[in-house]
Design a binder for this molecule. Structure first.
Ligand SMILES: Nc1ncnc2c1ncn2[C@@H]1O[C@H](COP(=O)(O)OP(=O)(O)OP(=O)(O)O)[C@@H](O)[C@H]1O
Length: 256
């Protein structure tokens, strides 16, 4: 579904992404994890054709993403890390717009949007201007818009940020079923519990370079940990040491 070979991106002298190679299979939920500034959003933007790559190859469904790849874009969706949508539209107008871009039939649009709006408790807010939505409501509207045309591949950049517990749970169940039906999800998140719960495979990127890729159990082996959560494995792989809060507090309290 997704194949990336030696992908790199530089901004001036800054190497945001360096020589990244990986494959994501059909029916797989792939979590792309890394600390702040490690290159996750840059990678997603290159995969979705929103940012030019500096070098390397990308194939999605056998095609190269880019400004003119309309047939490919029909099969994809992207949930960006901030739900910046036109505030002067109502929720309904926004979804009407997205449905028209994807040329959805009226019947399909009504069925799918109803299902998703109910899933996210958003049906009652459809007539409200988006500028009056909370952050979480905007996020859910963007996710609804991204899922309703049933793309084969969906890219999600921190989709769970701002979601309440029920919406979060419903999103997880939806995505699990979505990949079970043969679709593919490429997801970034800092919520390692989410990735641990739903990801089939995980890639950890650090300072623009791949640190490790595999199932949680394969990553445990690579990190040298016999057991442990994804958080333990992640921190071990990127070589971060835990900050002992009580130690630093006691240093502060004695002025150290
Ligand atoms: N438009 C840009 N111009 C210059 N540098 C950029 C630009 N976008 C990103 N960068 C740099 O590229 C690096 C990777 O940024 P990116 O946004 O991909 O990180 P990220 O892993 O998504 O971070 P976060 O977890 O904080 O969202 C960072 O050092 C960032 O400062």
């Amino acid at each position: 579904m997704i194949e990336v070979r030696n992908l790199s991106k530089t901004y001036g002298h800054k190497h945001a992404v360096r020589n990244l190679s990986f494959k994501v299979n059909e029916g797989e939920l792939f979590a792309f994890l890394g600390p702040n500034g490690s290159g996750k959003s840059t990678t997603i933007k290159m995969l979705t054709g929103l940012t030019e790559k500096s070098s390397g190859d990308i194939e999605i469904l056998g095609q190269q993403p880019g400004i003119n790849s309309v047939s490919l874009k029909r099969e994809l969706s992207f949930v960006p890390d901030t739900p910046d949508i036109m505030g002067k539209l109502t929720g309904k107008e926004y979804l009407d717009f997205v449905a028209s871009v994807y040329q959805m039939s009226q019947e399909n649009y009504e069925d799918k949007s109803k299902e998703l709006l109910e899933l996210f408790d958003l049906s009652g807010a459809l007539g409200t201007l988006v500028e009056e939505y909370s952050h979480g409501m905007r996020q859910k509207l963007v996710i609804t818009g991204a899922l309703m045309h049933e793309p084969k591949v969906i890219f999600m950049d921190e989709p769970n940020v701002g979601l309440d517990p029920k919406s979060n749970r419903n999103l997880k169940s939806y995505l699990k079923k979505y990949v079970d039906d043969g679709n593919t999800v490429f997801l970034t998140t800092h919520t390692l519990g989410l990735a641990e719960e739903i990801a089939d495979r995980i890639l950890i990127i650090y300072e623009g370079e791949e640190k490790a890729t595999g199932t949680l159990s394969e990553l445990r082996t690579k990190s040298g940990l016999v057991s442990g959560s994804l958080e333990d494995v992640f921190l071990a792989l990127i070589g971060e040491e835990e900050v002992n809060v009580s130690d630093s507090e006691s240093r502060d309290s004695i002025g150290g």
